[in-house]
Design a protein around this ligand. Structure first.
Ligand SMILES: Nc1nc2c(c(=O)[nH]1)N[C@H]1C(S)=C(S)[C@@H](COP(=O)(O)O)O[C@H]1N2
Ligand SMILES: [Mo]
Length: 406
């Protein structure tokens, strides 16, 4: 495919806008000319990411953070992972963008412009934690195919938009509505316009939660292009694949949504635990819903040196899908004994929580600091890999960092 053909001038303006600068003589650009900043395809520049982010794939673009980059309480764009299943849409004209609500279970199909959404419905802001279902995949054995995420496919940004519930209620749902599915403007890697790269959804009960948003802002600004500009569904606490980027249609379904990547082994795990390497039949696979309890030590960076007799302050975040985290503990003796950390309340439901502790080490030498979170139902993170599954989802094993006391 020749990218140049896709780049209309209005889109260049939009793209430059979301990157935070203006192409001053955009109206003088020869037609079919691709500006250098798009030609070089430096993903860090292109997406406004920090140089320490790690690129896992360039077709499609997938990029993750390292633990120490995620130390901010609210994740800024530059440290936010990117997970794409297809090609990022480029021909975005916000004045023409529409959201269609359709499906078997709406009273009447309806279309909204972005402006309609912004003026007809109340706007709400929540900090929402989004973790890719495959975060941690790289540790599974036998290995699972897919992006080899280590720990960095998680973010907790502030999202502003309208409630999906308000929009659905204004359209009217039939009593048989059980699920919603999103459709979006990104393109399938094959270039086939009839194929969607991904079209997932959530049960109606999740769709109607206060915090489920059709968002048009992230961290107080237009959503960056790579994260779903100009409109994104955000379903915090669930695998981030449920949060459709570049959303232009929501279908209200009378059955479990059957869009791309809803079936087979996509975002599904064996309903019962299986031994590693087992082949699992489709009917024994269950859709991932709320994500499991997990935590990340974001300060210091693994490998830090500290002087003997000095105390070490650690910081991090913990989250538990739909649930609250009630305890975080640390261990410096490989999990033999645990000490409770200071834990903050979330700023709102579905936002991650911050923990900290001050650690003393008995003598010089090599240590690891392990962190373990527990959710409100009393479930804790496993110290080693949890249940193997064909696509390597839901690895919530304890995070650990290396420390040398010198
Ligand atoms: N339209 C669309 N929405 C999408 C995706 C995609 O490829 N296309 N990827 C999903 C997956 S698998 C994840 S983990 C999150 C990643 O969100 P982020 O790139 O903003 O971090 O977006 C989800 N929404
Ligand atoms: Mo994902």
């Amino acid at each position: 495919m020749d990218r140049r053909k896709f780049l209309g001038k209005s889109m260049l303006g939009t793209l430059a806008g979301t990157l935070g600068f203006e192409i001053v003589f955009a109206n003088k650009l020869p037609s079919n000319y691709l500006p250098l900043f798009l030609q070089d395809q430096d993903p860090f520049k292109l997406f406004g990411k920090d140089k320490e982010m790690v690129v896992l794939n360039n077709k499609p673009w997938n990029m993750e953070a390292q633990a120490h980059l995620l130390n901010d309480k609210v994740t800024p764009n530059k440290y936010m992972f990117i997970r794409n299943n297809g090609i990022i849409p480029t021909n975005i004209d916000t004045s023409q963008w529409t959201l269609t609500i359709d499906g078997e279970s709406v009273q009447t199909q309806k279309q909204f412009s972005l402006q309609d959404l912004k003026i007809k419905f109340g706007q709400h802001t929540y900090q929402l934690t989004l973790e890719c279902g495959g975060n941690g995949r790289s540790e599974f054995d036998p290995p699972a195919k897919g992006n080899q995420w280590t720990i960095g496919a998680v973010s907790s940004a502030q999202w502003t938009g309208v409630r999906l519930r308000d929009v659905l209620e204004s359209v009217g749902l039939k009593s048989d509505a059980v699920y919603i599915g999103y459709h979006a403007a990104d393109n399938h890697l094959s270039g086939d316009p009839n194929k969607e790269p991904i079209s997932r959804g959530v049960p109606i009960s999740k769709a109607l939660q206060d915090e489920t948003l059709l968002a048009f802002q992230m961290n107080g600004e237009d959503i960056p292009l790579a994260h779903g500009y100009p409109l994104r569904l955000v379903c915090g606490g669930w695998p981030a694949s449920a949060s459709g980027k570049w959303v232009n249609r929501i279908s209200v379904r009378n059955k479990v949504h059957d869009g791309a990547k809803m079936g087979g082994s996509s975002y599904r795990v064996p309903c019962e635990n299986v031994s590693p390497g087992t082949k699992v039949e489709d009917e024994n696979m269950c859709i991932i819903e709320s994500m499991p309890v997990k935590s990340l030590i974001t300060y210091p960076k693994s490998g830090a040196l500290i002087k003997a007799n000095r105390k070490l302050n650690i910081n991090g975040h913990a989250w538990a899908g739909e649930l609250q985290v009630t305890q975080v503990e640390y261990s410096i003796d490989f999990g033999s004994t645990w000490v409770t950390c200071k834990l903050e309340q979330p700023v709102n439901r579905l936002a991650w929580q911050h923990f900290s502790a001050t650690i003393s080490f008995p003598k010089k030498g090599y240590y690891e600091v392990w962190a373990k979170a527990t959710d409100q139902n009393g479930k804790s993170q496993p110290m080693v890999l949890p249940g193997w599954n064909p696509k390597g989802y839901l690895n919530n094993a304890c995070h650990r960092i290396a420390i040398k006391v010198v």
